[in-house]
Design a protein around this ligand. Sequence first.
Ligand code: CDT
Length: 353
Amino acid sequence: MSANNDKTLTTHLESDPADERVSRLSSNLREITVGAAQLGPIARDETRAEVVERLLALLHEGHKQGCDLVVYPEMALTTFFPRWWIDDVDELNSFYETEMPSPEVKPLFDEAASLGIGFCLGYAELTPDGHRYNTYLLVDGEGNEVAKFRKVHIPGHEKHEPQRPFQHLERAYFEPASETFRTWTAFRGEIGLALCNDRRWPETYRVMGLADVEMILIGYNTPIHYYPDPSQDFLAGFHSRLVMQAGAYQNGTFVVGVAKGGEEEGVESLAESCIIGPSGEVLAQAATDGDELVVATCNLNWCAAYKNTLYDFSRYRRPEMYKSISEEMPVIFEKPYVEGAPIIGEAPPTLGG
Ligand code: CDT
C-alpha cells in the first residue's frame, strides 16, 4: 500500500520509474524512495536459493516502483531459528552466514547493483573467530557495503525452557554488539540501523537522533504470543507502531519498520511493516502478512522541521538531568511477577552461557 501525504510522497510516477529516480538524485530534493520489503514466513527447509528468489522478486517490484533502497527484515535468509532449542552445533551453524555475499546470496547483490538499487539485509552472522551476531547490512546502489550493524538489545532467554510453546533463544544464539548505534551518510542522508527488539528502547532512537539521523531502518521478527505475559499479545501491533512512531517524532526522523510476518513453522508473527515520517505519522503500511513491498517517497528535508523546532536538541535538551540513564541500573525493587516458569535445561554448548 502507498499512502498519500503531500509532504513526502510521490505516488504517481508518470515517467519511467528508473528515469524518475535518476532525475531525483541529481536534484536538490533529497528525496529517497524506500521500499519496505516485508517477507511472509520462511519454512525451515526452504533453501537460501529459494529465499533469494523471493528477495529478487521484491527487488524487481522496487525497481518498477522507482525505489532507491529496498529494506528486508531481520534474519531474512532463513526461518527464525531461535524458536527452537538446537543442541547440534552443525545444525545450529547451518542457519548462520560465514561470508557475505555467499554464493547463494550473490545474485541479489549483482542484480541490485545492476539496477542501481541499494538494499538492507538481515542475517545471522558467524565470524571467522566464532562470534555470533544478529546482523543488518546496508549496501548502496553501486553494490558497495555501506554499513554493518549488529543488534544491541538481545531479547528472550538463555536456556531451554521446554514449558514454552516455542522458544525465544536469541540470548543463547547471539552476542550483543559491542558497538553502539550510529549513522552512515548514504542515499543523500544520514541513515541509521537497528534490529527488532532495539526498536522498543527509546535510547536506540536518541543515540541516532544525536547523530542527526534522518532515516532509521529496522527489520523485525516479532512472535505475537509473548509467553511471560500473554495479556500483551493482542497489543503486539499497537506496541510495535507506538515505539517506532514515538522514536520517529521525538528525533525528527523517518523510520522504516520491516517485518517477517505471518505463520512461520506454527508461530504467528507480526506483519504490519510500515514507513513512518518525522511527524510520527504512518505514511504507508502493509496490507498483508506475506511478501509485500510497501513504498513511500521520503523527503529527508522534512526532518529539519522537527529537528529545528520542538526537538532542537542543542537548545532544549538538558543532558545534565539525564545522567542516570546511561549508568548501570540500580536495583530499586523486585519485579512484581516471576517471568515464566523456572528455567531448566542447559545453554547450547556453542556459547556456554
Ligand atoms: N526478534 C526480536 O527481537 N523479537 C522480539 C521479541 C521479544 S519477545 C522475546 C521483539 O522485540 O519483537
